[in-house]
Design a protein around this ligand. Sequence first.
Ligand code: HEC
Length: 128
Amino acid sequence: MRTTVMLAALALIMGCGGDKGDSGDTSAPTSTAGTAGASGTAGATGTAGTATGGTERDGMTVYSEVCIACHGVDGRGSAAGPDLEPFAASYTDEQIADVALNGFGNMDPMSVTEGEALAVAAYIKTLF
Ligand code: HEC
């Protein structure tokens, strides 16, 4: 019994060791490192990518890429757009998001997704 278990364990260890050794010796320096690196990076990039480039940007990114030109670095407005503080104070996230998505008065609709609009709305409220 014990011997069988030991043998099985040994076989496992050797099997694993062998596999690792093999891949390590042949294709793996590149492929294992590459794969590990790729999935590690892909994971990180994937996450960042999803938030940033992929599908949705986060609120700060949307603000600095889309809204900042008219509403200023700190949301205090510029010649092209009003100070956002009163809106941050009195509008819900949904109302701010609605302005971003559909425009309001002299402000054109911005090219943001619904999720980005809500994210930037929440971000704007952190500015004041
Ligand atoms: C091209 C310039 C420009 C950009 C870019 C811009 N805005 Fe505006 N925004 C304006 C102007 C102008 C107004 C005033 C509109 C009015 O009252 O007629 C305004 C008004 C607003 C208001 C107040 C609306 C109201 O009910 O009075 C909010 C909230 C707002 N913008 C949010 C945003 C957000 C969020 C972004 C980025 C997604 C953004 N804006 C991008 C020009 C801009």
